[in-house]
Structures are given as structure tokens and as C-alpha cells.
Design a protein around this ligand. Structure first.
Ligand code: ATP
Ligand code: MG
Length: 560
């Protein structure tokens, strides 16, 4: 987070705390993912906020895996999460923690609540517990087991841990207030039986603590000062505070809630993202259509662009939906500064320059990046046979079409003005397969007589030198702005079948022969592209990161 980025209410809280020497002026935050899926762009906002605040105030940010639900968690996710946080540019140093490392201490805390008469073992079924809980308008009722003696609770809870009971036979509940207007305080469940092995603790445990019990105590055990989470936890805050107050823990972190990031045309829940992966709707968690950090990375996004985006969306107290065009704007801004320009023809059509000598090759000088003079220049071979883009030619051009057409002239970038003399058609289909052209040798770019004006400049690639590549074009994964709303199950029907288009036979300038996986380029007039890891020694594969059309810049200009 840059020093110039606008302030927000969480910074204000921290600055107040530092002034009043609360927590001795220290700032210790944490990012607490549950390892049940890959991180998405919403998590990036939380990562940038937590690590950014720690950086800004000379504190530390812990990475803590909130791994209390063994049925859904896996080491694959743990590893992917660590890789993603590092790639985003953040470092937890030696502050790597797992809630599962606290299981023994959490058990002891639970015993203390039992001893203090603040927790009891309930033996109602899950269904009955729900029925007894009441509703928003009606208070709950006490469970018939609520007044078990301390001795009986100790005995049952110990035997729950020892594996004497089946899943669901008993739970441990906090004894707070079944009539509380806040449903979270109506004797919330603290522990449940799950005879499922855990990816870190193996079969050591068959009872697992729930989030509301685990999270506040983990924060406290680690000496967190500011426990920043999303708004849906606001109504859990009284429970967070109740647990820490009842157990008189030495450190009582402050829970602060902010609005989660939502994006148009995007689903963000891990459950839904998992459905996309397991249902085969995408190729994996790192499919470039996915809003995951690994998906954005594969698509060609930079960590700088994602951080700049997270900075620019700000931190608010009210939920809102951010236009995905704003994220696309961030990556364009970044790549415009640093991506080398190259020429690539995605939908090739052959051009033959009839008056250009058969065997001649001219080396033309091309600028690598007009935004960065230090990037220098490169040489491009120009020959008699070239490829241009199919849609840069029209046989019968409408009035506003200024590119190539029969009898028309255009400039080839860094090269000459050419004129279309006639078209060659496939006799069977009638499709235009080749353009026969002439060139004007006096018009070479940069020469004294190059000043003649034409209305269009086209990109091109020498046919003899061209590399063939597969290019994958991506569009939004959903056809509607708000795929997340609507009835359960409906969201899958709004998947965009055109979100991936594969072009197997694109023609690239020869300098790209050395391009390595992850390298990013601007294909002139088309967009930004990145080498996909599917690339092999004899097959180049590119992903389109984003087109050049900046709809967000237009929206902003319109607003002004
Ligand atoms: P999801 O609802 O997508 O499954 P989650 O909140 O269950 O996500 P966690 O792994 O628990 O996922 O999230 C880790 C941290 O990231 C939490 O502090 C959570 O508040 C934060 N976070 C998750 N989604 C977003 C989001 N869309 N915007 C901002 N922060 C988020
Ligand atoms: Mg969660």
C-alpha cells in the first residue's frame, strides 16, 4: 500500500490507538485463510490491507491457516495460498501459524469455561438445536441439557474427545442467553464431533472447535492487535468479545469489520469456485478465466496491478460492487509502462507484394516501447509475402472503414505504403484467401520521402519468418453483471460459453522465439498477452491478458 493512497477508517482507528498507546502502540495484524480453496481477488484485498497496514506502521502481519474443518481442507490449498501471498509481494517472515497448532490449548480453554459454568455439553440433535434457537422475532428456549453439572459436562466433553461418541451425538455450547436479540449469543456451539482425519493433526482429534471459538483465541494467543475481517462478522463481534472476556485472556484484540470486495461479472465464493473446478467448467483453479490469484497470474496480471487495484477500491463500511473494468484498467496502466510491443497476427490473411523482389529481406527498425526509451529497438524482417489481420481488409468497405480495400492504400507499420490491386478467392467457397498488392519503395518509414499520408497503419508479420502460435482469448466468465444473486443453482446457467476462444494458427514476429513462460507483451493494436506455461519447445501458447480498449477510462471521462 503506497504512502499516498487515501486514508480510511481502519487507518484512523490505528492512528488513534497509536496516539493513546493502546497495545503499546504496536500493530499486529493477520491474514487468516481457511485452506479449503485457492485465494481469489477478494482475498487479495484483505491481504493488501492486513500486510499493508503492518508495513506502514512498522508492525507485522501473521499468516494463519484457519484449519478447523478437516472435511474440506487440504495441504494443496495451504501450499497454493502461501505461493499466492508471496507472489503478491508480501512476507510473513517467521509468523506462520495454524489454528490446528492451538487445538490442545483451545481444549483447555473450553474446560475452563465448563468449570466456570459457562459451557455445557448438549445432546440435542442438530435439528432440535435449530428449533430451540428461535427466530429473529422469537426468543429461543433452553435445552433440557443446559443445567448439567460441571462434573457431568467435564466427563462428557472428555469422552467426546476420547472418541466414545458418534458424529452429532453431542456438542459443546457456550452458556450465554437463549433470549438474546443477537442469535449468535443464543448458546452458540463451540465444539462438534467430526470423526474425520485432519491434514495436519491426522487422527489425533475427533472433536473440532468452531470458528467463533477458535478465531478470537488464536488472535489473542498470537498477540494480534487489530483483527480485521469482513462485514458479515459484525454480528459475531459480541461473541468474539464474550469468549475473550470470560476467559480473561491477557490480550484482547479489537475486531474491525470492512466491506468485502465484490466484482461485476464475477463469483467470489470459494464454494462456487470449487464447483467450477470440479464440474469441469474451467480447466482448474488457475484457469485464466477464474478470479483466483493464480488465474490472474496465469492470465498475465502483475502483482503491482493487483495491489494498485486493491488500493484504488478503498476500504469502506458498506457493501458495494466494483466494476470489473476498473481491475482491467489497473493491468493496462501497468503493462502500458513496461510491456514490450511486438507484432502478431491473430486471424492471418496472406498479402503478396507483387513488385517486391522475391528473395529480398529488409531489416526494419522497430521501437520496443514508446513509453520507455531505455527498452531500445529491434529489427523486423520485411519480405514479399506477409500476413495481415483478416479484418483489416474489406472487399466492399462501408464509408467509415479506412483500412485496406481494393484500390486503397495503407501503411504497414515501420515499413511501406502498400496498395491492394486484386483479391484471390477460393474457387469453392468464394472466400478471400490472398491479397495481391504493390508497394511504393519511396515510402519506407523514417526515410525523407515517407511523409505521404494514408488513413491507416496496419501490423503485419513476414510469412517466411513468422512463428505459429496458439493464442487463447478470454472474455468474462459470466454473461450477467451479478451472477452471484438469483436462485441457488441458477448462477451456472449464466456462464459465458464464449469466455474462451482458442486461435490455433496465429502468426508472430520472429523475435518471440525466445519468449519464456510468464513473459508479457503488447501485441500492437490488439492487447496485452502473456506466455502460457503450456508452451513447449515446438509450440508457443499465449493468453490474452486484456484488450487495449479501456472502458473504465471512458467511464471516468464520462463522469467528469
Ligand atoms: P469465501 O466466502 O469466498 O469462501 P471466506 O471468507 O470463507 O471466503 P477465508 O479463507 O475465511 O474465506 O478468508 C480469509 C480472509 O479473507 C478473511 O479475513 C475474509 O474476511 C477475507 N475475505 C474473503 N473474501 C473476501 C472479499 N471478497 N473481500 C475482502 N476480504 C475477503
Ligand atoms: Mg471463512
Amino acid at each position: 500500500m503506497s504512502a499516498e493512497s487515501p486514508s480510511h477508517f481502519i487507518r484512523d482507528i490505528i492512528e488513534d490507538d497509536r496516539r493513546t498507546k493502546k497495545h503499546d502502540g504496536r500493530v499486529v495484524t493477520r491474514f487468516p485463510p481457511e485452506p479449503n480453496g485457492y485465494l481469489h481477488i477478494g482475498h487479495a484485498k484483505s491481504i493488501c490491507l492486513n500486510f499493508g497496514l503492518a508495513q506502514q506502521y512498522g508492525g507485522v502481519c501473521h499468516l494463519r491457516f484457519d484449519d478447523t474443518n478437516p472435511a474440506k481442507e487440504d495441504v494443496e490449498y495451504v501450499d497454493a495460498i502461501m505461493a499466492d501471498v508471496r507472489w503478491l509481494g508480501f512476507d510473513w517472515a517467521d509468523k506462520l501459524f495454524y489454528a490446528s497448532d492451538y487445538f490442545e490449548r483451545l481444549f483447555d480453554f473450553a474446560m475452563r469455561l465448563i468449570d466456570d459454568g459457562k459451557a455445557y455439553v448438549d445432546s440435542l440433535s442438530a435439528e432440535d438445536i435449530r428449533a430451540y434457537r428461535g427466530t429473529f422475532t422469537e426468543p429461543g428456549r433452553n435445552s433440557p441439557h443446559r443445567d448439567r453439572s460441571v462434573a457431568e459436562n467435564r466427563d462428557l466433553f472428555t469422552r467426546m474427545r476420547a472418541g466414545e461418541f458418534d458424529d452429532g451425538a453431542h456438542v459443546l455450547r457456550a452458556k450465554i442467553d437463549m433470549a438474546s436479540p443477537n442469535i449468535n449469543l443464543r448458546d452458540p456451539t463451540l465444539y462438534r464431533i467430526r470423526r474425520t482425519p485432519h491434514h495436519r493433526t491426522g487422527d489425533q482429534w475427533c472433536i473440532y472447535p468452531l470458528y467463533d471459538f477458535t478465531h478470537c483465541l488464536s488472535d489473542s494467543l498470537e498477540g494480534i492487535t487489530h483483527s480485521i475481517c469482513t462485514l458479515e462478522f459484525e454480528i459475531h463481534r459480541p461473541l468474539y468479545d464474550w469468549v475473550l472476556d470470560e476467559l480473561a485472556t491477557p490480550c484482547h484484540p479489537q475486531q474491525i469489520e470492512f466491506a468485502r470486495l465484490n466484482l461485476t461479472y464475477t463469483v467470489m465464493s470459494k464454494r462456487k469456485l470449487l464447483t467450477l473446478v470440479t464440474g469441469g467448467h474451467v480447466r482448474g483453479w488457475d484457469d485464466p478465466r477464474m478470479p483466483t490469484i493464480s488465474g490472474f497470474r496465469r492470465r498475465g496480471y502483475t502483482p503491482e496491478a493487483i495491489r494498485a487495484f486493491c488500493d484504488s477500491v478503498g476500504v469502506a463500511k458498506r457493501d458495494s460492487v466494483v466494476d470489473v473494468a476498473m481491475l482491467e484498467h489497473s493491468i493496462r496502466e501497468d503493462l502500458n509502462r513496461r510491456a514490450p510491443r511486438v507484432m502478431a497476427v491473430l486471424h492471418p490473411i496472406k498479402v503478396v507484394i507483387e513488385n517486391y523482389p522475391e528473395d529480398q529481406v529488409e531489416e526494419l527498425e522497430a521501437i520496443n516501447n514508446p513509453e520507455d526509451p531505455a527498452a531500445g529497438t529491434r529489427r523486423l524482417p520485411f519480405t514479399r509475402e506477409l500476413y495481415i489481420e483478416q479484418d483489416d481488409f474489406m472487399e466492399e468497405p462501408p464509408s467509415k472503414f479506412f483500412r485496406l480495400a481494393p484500390g486503397r492504400e495503407v501503411r504497414l507499420r515501420y515499413a511501406y505504403i502498400i496498395k491492394c490491386k486484386r483479391v484471390v478467392k477460393d474457387p469453392a467457397t468464394g472466400a478471400v484467401v490472398e491479397l495481391r498488392c504493390s508497394y511504393d519503395p519511396e515510402t519506407r518509414s523514417g526515410s525523407a520521402s515517407s511523409g505521404r499520408k494514408v488513413k491507416a497503419t496496419l501490423h503485419w508479420v513476414s510469412a517466411r519468418h513468422a512463428l505459429t502460435a496458439e493464442v487463447r482469448l478470454y472474455d468474462r466468465l459470466f454473461t450477467v453483471e451479478d451472477p452471484d444473486t438469483g436462485k441457488e443453482g441458477d448462477w451456472l446457467t449464466t456462464l459465458n460459453p464464449a469466455a474462451l476462444t482458442i486461435l490455433p494458427d496465429c502468426k508472430l514476429e520472429p523475435s518471440l522465439a525466445a519468449a519464456r513462460s510468464g513473459e508479457r507483451f503488447q501485441f500492437e493494436r490488439q492487447g496485452y498477452f502473456c506466455v502460457d506455461p503450456d508452451t513447449t519447445a515446438d509450440r508457443l501458447v499465449f493468453n490474452r491478458t486484456v484488450t487495449l480498449r479501456d472502458t473504465w477510462a471512458k467511464i471516468q471521462a464520462g463522469g467528469r
